[in-house]
Structure formats: C-alpha cells, structure tokens
Design a protein around this ligand. Structure first.
Ligand code: UDP
Length: 325
C-alpha cells in the first residue's frame, strides 16, 4: 500500500536510529529519497553508526529518550519504533529501561504517529514465541514465554507493545505494521553486546577461546541485515496489520555456527563451553510463508557472504583497538 502523495519529501522518524538495525534503516530511507529524523538516547546506540549522515540536510539526529514525552516538529509520514536494548546481556544490565522502552516508549511513539497521522511500524521479535513448543514458528503461534525470568523484561515488553499497537490500529484506526524480527547480524553490531555473532567473531579474531553456551545444540537462524531491511521496507508499504515474521529460515546449531565463524576467520581459537543462560530458547526458525506470500520477500544473502561482510567490519574495529568485552 503506497503512501499518499505529498508535495514534499516523505519524512520518517526512526527511534533507536543510532543502533544496529536503526542505522541501516536510516541509510535505506535516505537512499529512497525520504527525510529521516533519527531519535536515540544512546544507551545502547552509538553515534559512530550515523556519523556518515551528520551534516546532511535530509537527516536530523535527536538525542532523546522515547519513554519521555517526545516532540518532533514538522510532518511525519512514518514512525518506526526500533529503540530497545536487544541482547540478553543488555536485558540483565538494563531490565527497567528494556521494559520501559517496549511499553511506555511504544505508547509515546504510537501517540506521536497518531498526532501526525503517520503510519507506524513496530520492531517486534521472535522472543514473543519464547522457548517455542511449535517449530518452525508461524505468526499464529502464541508462544511459550516465562514472564518472570531474566528475558521476560524484553519478551513481555514486546508482547505488550504488539497488544498496544493492535489497540491503536483497532480503536484509533491508525495504520500499523508489526515485524517479528529473528536473529539478525551484520556490520554495526556492538562488539561487546554479548550476542553469539559479535562474541564469536571478536573471540576468533583475538585468538581467544570461543564461548559456546551449553552443549551448543540449541538452534538459531541468522539473517543478514540488508535482507531484513528489505523485508521491513516491503512490510511498511504493504497492507498487513498483523505480525509478520522476517528472518532467514536457514537453521543451524550454535556449535555449527561457532565452527563456521572460526573457519571463516582462519582462527585457531578453541571452542569452550559455558553454562547455558536461563530460559535460552532451544530452537528458533521463522516460518516465512506469510512474508513470501504477502510481501513477495525472502532472504537473498547467503551466510558466507553476510559473514564475510561482517568480518571486514569487525576486523577494522578491532584493528583500531575499539572496545571489546
Ligand atoms: N551464545 C553462545 N555464546 C555466546 C553468546 C551466545 O553460545 O558467547 C548462544 C546463546 O546461548 C544462544 C545463541 O547463542 O543459544 C544465540 O544467542 P544471542 O545472544 O545471539 O541471541 P538470542 O537468540 O538468544 O536472543
């Protein structure tokens, strides 16, 4: 569903725009000829992700917390709510902020979209499925989430965010979209965010032991960021208000993934095992039948290609002596 014609450039607000995915979205919208307002409180975002955009007339950065009252002057055609801590280590360190940005932040972002008559897109997550009892996960599966475990702060905030988004759609007739994002990787992931890929790559590059949690038989399915951004772009332009999975269905065990990263880096790091975090999902794989059908979308970037591009980024960061855990 295309946007109504306007006699100016279209304008999007991207919350969390200085984060990993948010900054790739800023790039995409600018490349499509939109103006972008990027909002971030920089607790997990990083100005280096958007430094190449500063000074552009069509780009504006607002250092602001989306859980407070947010004001954006001028028109907005789309609001994309991507602000949130997004790694299991972040949830442990920032549990209240994680809950607040998913709940209060979503409410503020929805309120702003309504005031501006803008289309709203929520970054939701495969974590809505928790430790899934249905495999692969289809959008009509309601999930198996532990509300009071350490990951509950993220899972429940995002489930609330979905409910709030649907309420604005049904009650206020706001145009809304919900993307359920599965594991995604690529340049601009934080080196020290503790997720599998940044952990494995920086360990391999520094010749340190690669830490696989548990026996490594748990599975994930990794999607390259450019594929994800394409799916989000299509979803925003579609007519689909109900949650839509976007991710790569290519599933593998974490041990296989660790070996793949080690092989690609040419590292001699040994693989060591550490305790499995509480409530770590045993399996995860998106059913993307709906995205294929409704959006004509599927991932295109093979794992080896995506990993090589990511490796180049991590090599540069580590060579510059930038932060590693
Ligand atoms: N993992 C691991 N070693 C690490 C970091 C993560 O074995 O240093 C595992 C983690 O336990 C999980 C999988 O890799 O099973 C993916 O973890 P990540 O934190 O990337 O995201 P999740 O999919 O759990 O949200």
């Amino acid at each position: 569903m295309s946007f109504p014609n306007v006699d100016r450039k279209r304008r999007a607000l991207i919350t969390g725009g200085a984060g990993f995915l948010g900054s790739h979205l800023c790039d995409r919208f600018l490349a499509e000829g939109w103006e972008v307002v990027c909002m971030d409180n920089l607790i997990t975002g990083d100005l280096r992700n958007i430094e190449h955009l500063t000074g552009r007339a069509d780009f504006r950065f607002l250092h602001q917390d989306v859980t407070e009252f947010i004001h954006v002057s001028g028109p907005l055609d789309a609001v994309l709510h991507f602000a949130s801590p997004a790694s299991p280590i972040d949830y442990l360190e920032l549990p209240i902020q994680t809950l607040k940005v998913g709940s209060l932040g979503t409410h503020k972002a929805l309120g702003l979209a309504r005031a501006k008559n803008a289309r709203f897109l929520l970054a939701s997550t495969s974590e809505c499925y928790g430790d899934p009892l249905v495999h692969p996960q289809r959008e009509d599966y309601w999930g198996n989430v532990n509300p009071v475990g350490p990951r509950g702060v993220y899972d429940e905030a995002k489930r609330f965010a979905e409910a709030m988004t649907m309420a604005y759609q049904r009650f206020h007739k706001l145009e809304t979209r919900i993307v359920r994002i599965f594991n995604t990787y690529g340049p601009r992931m934080r080196l020290n965010d503790g997720r599998a890929l940044p952990a494995f790559m920086s360990q391999a590059l520094r010749g340190e032991p690669i830490t696989v949690f548990g026996d490594g038989s748990q599975t994930r399915s990794f999607c390259y960021c450019d594929d994800l951004v394409e799916g989000i772009w299509r979803l925003l332009h579609s007519n689909e208000p109900l949650p839509t999975n976007i991710g790569n269905p290519h599933e593998m065990t974490i041990l296989e993934f660790a070996r793949k990263v080690r092989e690609l880096t040419g590292s001699k790091s040994e693989i060591v095992h550490k305790p499995l975090p509480v409530d770590d999902p045993k399996v995860r794989q998106p059913d993307i039948g709906k995205a294929r059908r409704v959006l004509g979308w599927e991932p295109k970037v093979p794992l080896e290609v995506g990993l090589s591009r990511t490796l180049e980024y991590f090599r540069t960061r580590i060579a510059r002596g930038e932060e590693v855990r």
